[in-house]
Design a protein around this ligand. Sequence first.
Ligand code: PHE
Ligand code: ZN
Length: 879
Amino acid sequence: MTSAPRVVRLEDYAVPDWLVDSVHLDFDLHPRETVVSARMEMRRNPEAGGPEIVPLELDGEELEHLSLRIDGREAAPSEYVVDDRRLVLPRPPADRFVLETRVRIDPEGNTALSGLYRTGGNYCTQCEAEGFRRITWWPDRPDVLSRFTVRMEADAEENPVLLSNGNLVGSGPAGDGRHYAVWEDPFRKPSYLFALVAGDLGVREGTFTTMGGREVTLRIWVQKGKEARAGWALESLKAAMRWDEERFGREYDLDEYNIVAVPDFNMGAMENKSLNVFNDKYILADAETATDKDFENIEAIIGHEYFHNWTGNRITCRDWFQLCLKEGLTVFRDQEFTSDLRSRAVKRIEDVRNLRARQFPEDAGPLAHPVRPDRYAAIDNFYTATVYEKGAEVVRMLHTLLGEETFMRAMDIYFARYDGTAATVEDFIACMEEASGRDLSQFFRWYTQAGTPHLAISQDHDPERGTLRLTITQSIPDTPGQTNKKPHHIPLRIALLDGAGRELPLVTEDGRRLDDGLLEITGRRQSFVFTGVKERPVLSANRGFSAPIRLETGQGLEELLFLMARDRDPFNRWEAAQTVARRLVLDEPHERTQSLSEYAAALATVVRDLRETDPAFLAEMLRLPGVNVLASFLESDVNPQALHDTRNRVLARIAGTLEPLLRETFDMLAVTESWSPSHEQAGRRAARAAALSLLMHADGDAAARLARETWERATNMTERAMAISALSQSASPLREEVLDAFIGRFGDDHLMVDKWLAWHATWPHRDCVERVRALMESDWFSLKNPNRVRSLVGMFASANPVAFARADGAGFALVADTILELDRLNPQVAARLATTFRNWRTYEPVRRERAREALERIAASGRLSGDLGDIVTRTLGTA
Ligand code: PHE
Ligand code: ZN
């Protein structure tokens, strides 16, 4: 059994009793025995009130307590209590005093990768959310802001580079082959933004001059010898700094900005003040080793972490329930960054695809929670698609409701009012209300009610009177702990299209003209009547995905094909195509035949229409929904194998019809000029990849030859990936051959090993289970490295439904075994892997039982970490 973790509730929030005005940290770095001394200036919080004497409680985890001093003297044993989670001074000496602690920690033995740990032979820290307490005793909560000074000392030869937050204010030899550095961060910050890095690293350097004329030195630190692969990250950082000035008016505030790339990291990257730490997969890139998608991800994540400097660091979160305050907002900002730099339409499609693949299923299952949760047992488990991606959708809806100008005015108020503080979602919304003069109290439900709203629109056209009535009903499904929800305030962007695809003016009965096509839905059931509508128009609803909802319009094939061909809203063109494709797979077979040929014909028109003008968008139009997305539209009886087989039959029919055109398009879009990661070239390569992968479903042999040729002629990683992904759709023996060649050539690069493992893990074949097991036994794999785990087991569980949900339960068992073993090393990554079971109840009965067995076996295995125990009990519904 798992020990019941303590539940933290939003309603119990109380301001901290004690503050730490400033702290001097001293690190005596040794791989197995690092001594951390902290000298903290403690002060009673005047806002806390309470009795004359209030105990001081500090958090700690896996710390070996060495000594404690109060105002310069050794504390008597009667003055404090120390256990394995807390250090308590029941009767602190005064309202202000100096507390000095000394602890010993073991970086080398830290496999959880939270706190101070070793990676690639270097020292590195990760403190969000609660890692700082694994470094030293501290009131480890984000509303305690302190000024940090950090001194570190380490072996000089092994650790020539010594970094922390802020400015370097001193350095020199320290005797015995050691040296030291002192860093001072002028900005008060919460402990989760602390960082320290020490080791031997190569650097790529640049400068950026801010709008105010400050010259900032930018440094990207990477494993020695990989400096050349840090160029794109550096350019992306400059682009991000420029963009935040131009779009949000935000300037950088220090003279240095450091980014360190490490090979062992639990997440993507971390925004520590002026010292970001990145998973090196989101830094290193060149034509040889990174795909266009990798380049885009790097740009976006560099942007994301940089944007946190204002939304997260300068203004931080009062408590962890407010996580979306920094994450939802910062994801919105990075989405806008990519949209402004690349294609807005394509970015929107990518984001919605991602939302449907990851957030909608979360919202529909046992792990559903509001964008702002109100209780948690393990905060690590709330870095979720709901907090991040749905959180960004909520900010996007505010932007839609207010418009760019008003939204930016609200942001300016927010920055001005809360700079240097720890804020709440209410604070943020209050700025939106103030700038717009609107009442957003109903809108606020987006933060507190979980579950994806369902919207149904019915149309009633009266040709005599020339009116169209839209009746819109909304409902929000029950989720764990929440029933009978209240209606949301939903911005729904619509258009009515005439037969030529032109947008009709939207005039309501009272003569108002809706220029922006924006309906505001606030009731459970609401009608809108538009006048001057003689002919029955075609409705284009939820344009640009203006709200993160499930929408039912009742539109038939004909209307959807019309939208797919004619809608000027590119998102809805794509959406219509996806809807038709989805129905082709999910509907009864006899309804398919006619529709299939009409859909194929419509797709052919799209190909001709877009291949020269917008290949990046074409690539999206050619990518049909995968098995997981199809399954997410079903509430029960999911059989991934059956879905996969039907999907393949549908694809074969479509590809068969389109074959010559796809082949021609593939050839036509070949990039002949010299390689660049530009959006323009990437778009052509993406369209070719989509065409090639569809072709594999037409004539496997001819396409396999084409894929092999592509592999052989490839001059960059995107083309190699294009060939291998295409071959992965087939049973072609060429697939094995090419994968072997790949690892022979790139096997000494861990990021390439990850790509190779992921290709193996996503082979949509039942035998993939045994293949993954064998690879886990091989030297290519290590349970200690999160990237290896995610590439092989994570991808298997999340992107290979056919094998993961194999009817005999072997796929579930494989993942359960891995979770249990991993939990002893790295609870955060183990818990994250366990979320791949979140929709287990939707499987057909046989698979559902197998999944239940796997989950129950985990639950019964004793001594689970708090993180894993929390996920498993909630998933099983025994929480
Ligand atoms: N705050 C990081 C981000 O969103 C993510 C992260 C969370 C990293 C927790 C590490 C640990 O950019
Ligand atoms: Zn973030």
